[in-house]
Design a protein around this ligand. Structure first.
Ligand SMILES: Nc1ncnc2c1ncn2[C@@H]1O[C@H](COP(=O)(O)OP(=O)(O)O)[C@@H](O)[C@H]1O
Length: 273
């Protein structure tokens, strides 16, 4: 029988939760991490090493926090007050970890589902999203990866004519940072992080935008901890805010069953304030 596949939400350095969750999952199951392996939580370095060492058992997507780590490693960004990535940057195996991380994908298609960290820009149909993911992944995995990340920070709306840094930024925004979009234009909002009930009336979740070109394609994503769990046939949102006092969630793809592990990281809220 084929090995079972489980998608796992944002870890953000909560290795203890991951270990607990894995006790509920068959040892030979395949794992697909939805990105944000590192940052904000207590054990970013150990979590990154752990996931990397899973080898062929796991696929891992890049999230915005993983890209932040890469950008800092590339000299394009700096460590901020609430970041917990410094120990990675000074680790003896830093180069190995960074080399591994920058070769991770932005989008994976498996078992009829498209897996991404945050979502898919509603202006992209599936072939376009696939093409843009491969384009950015090639730059990140290539020799000039540091230059590719030089202009990563900030928000840029997608335009097919974009070139260079702005194009890279808009692609990464469209896969790893998207939450709300303007309900008239579909343009990405880069400020709101709350759940759907608290958004200004001009905004709506990217997946509800009526002209979304990937509507009908089942999408599984993480990133949006304030959204809460969504487990619909066409939409699976499984970042349940492990680190923010919530749970780490796994989704068994075969029957869409949810497995959760309460996060112990929150035990010391002062560490994240
Ligand atoms: N293009 C970008 N612009 C700004 N921040 C980015 C960008 N890409 C990645 N990041 C990272 O995303 C982080 C914000 O993540 P987010 O999930 O929205 O909130 P939180 O900081 O509460 O986890 C920033 O701290 C930064 O490290």
């Amino acid at each position: 029988m084929a090995r079972e596949l489980f998608a796992i939400g944002d870890l953000q350095g909560c290795l203890e939760s991951l270990k607990g969750l894995l006790e509920q999952i068959p040892e030979d199951a395949e794992l697909l991490f939805l990105g944000d392996i590192v940052n904000r939580g207590p054990e970013s370095l150990e979590t990154l090493r752990f996931v990397k060492n899973l080898g062929n058992r796991a696929d891992t997507l890049l999230g915005n926090h993983d890209l932040h780590l890469l950008a800092v490693a590339a000299g394009a960004g700096s460590v901020h007050r609430r970041d917990t990535i410094s120990d990675i940057l000074s680790a003896p195996d830093r180069d190995e970890l960074i080399e591994w991380l920058r070769a991770r994908p932005l989008m994976i298609e498996r078992d009829g589902i498209t897996f991404v960290h945050a979502g898919i820009n509603p202006a992209w149909d599936l072939p376009t999203a696939r093409m843009l993911a491969r384009e950015a992944e090639k730059h990140l995995a290539g020799r000039h990866w540091k230059e590719a990340l030089a202009g990563m920070y900030g928000g840029t709306q997608w335009d097919p004519d974009l070139k260079g840094e702005a194009r890279m930024r808009a692609i990464l925004n469209g896969f790893t940072r998207i939450r709300f979009v303007d309900r008239e234009t579909g343009e990405l909002d880069f400020d709101q992080k709350e759940g759907t009930g608290k958004a200004p009336p001009n905004l709506m979740p990217w997946f509800d935008y009526p002209l979304r070109k990937t509507a009908g394609t089942p999408v599984c994503f993480g990133h949006w901890s304030t959204l809460g769990l969504i487990n619909r046939p066409d939409l699976m949102a499984i970042d349940t805010g492990c680190l923010w006092g919530g749970e780490l969630t796994a989704l068994r793809i075969r029957d869409r069953r949810i497995f959760t592990e309460k996060c112990p990281c929150w035990a010391d809220p002062k560490a994240y304030s």
